[in-house]
Design a protein around this ligand. Structure first.
Ligand SMILES: [Cu+2]
Ligand SMILES: [Zn+2]
Length: 196
């Protein structure tokens, strides 16, 4: 007497499972894709930051965007109106960009007390971001990921007590010469501010 009832129950159970299967697959795929994606209703926004660069006359010279992606920070830098060529790019240790010298930005961001440059055996500084190539129209784009800085709390946070800035220099950075890579004086500077 009870066997038919149980069969019905099993049959309807597997029908429900069949109906749910596409959703389970979709949920699994979504979870896998979640590592770098941000779904506003589901997850808190990962930290982000922005810097608006000015040149030595105080005129706009570009924008930098910083996106925390797991343990790395993606940096996207666009510059305009700068002289052509290769230019050293660093995060400097103070969030203050007073033109024309930008000396207010201090030295390279260096929480680990390293030497300058990726080609230096004791380097690099956490703030060493290599070079941006500026084309003959004055525009340049640089994109990189680094785990040497963070937008979160911690010893390598660029949001320390006095903040940080991003600086583009007159010459290429040789990635080796301590403490500045022979990159010459600053051309442009932007204070890095939280954007989410
Ligand atoms: Cu610099
Ligand atoms: Zn450096």
């Amino acid at each position: 007497m009870s066997a038919p009832a149980r069969e019905v129950s099993v049959a309807s159970g597997s029908r429900i499972a069949a109906r749910l299967a596409p959703w389970i697959v979709a949920l699994a795929l979504t979870t896998a894709a979640c590592r770098f994606l941000y779904f506003p209703p589901l997850t808190p926004a990962p930290p982000a930051a922005v810097a608006r660069l000015v040149d030595s006359s105080g005129r706009p010279a570009g924008t930098a965007v910083f996106l925390q992606q797991g343990s790395e920070v993606r940096v996207l830098l666009d510059v305009t109106g700068l002289p052509a060529g290769s230019k050293g790019v660093h995060i400097h240790e103070v969030g203050k960009c007073d033109p024309p010298s930008f000396e207010s930005a201090g030295a390279h961001f260096n929480p680990t007390k390293a030497a300058h440059g990726a080609a230096n055996p004791r380097g690099p500084h956490a703030g060493d971001l290599g070079n941006i190539y500026v084309d003959p129209t004055g525009k340049g784009h640089l994109e990189l990921s680094t785990s040497r800085i963070t937008l979160k709390k911690g010893s390598t946070s660029i949001f320390d007590a006095d903040g940080s800035s991003i600086v583009v220099h007159q010459s290429g950075d040789d990635q080796r010469t301590d403490p500045t890579g022979n990159s010459g004086p600053p051309l442009a500077c932007g204070v890095i501010i939280r954007a989410g």
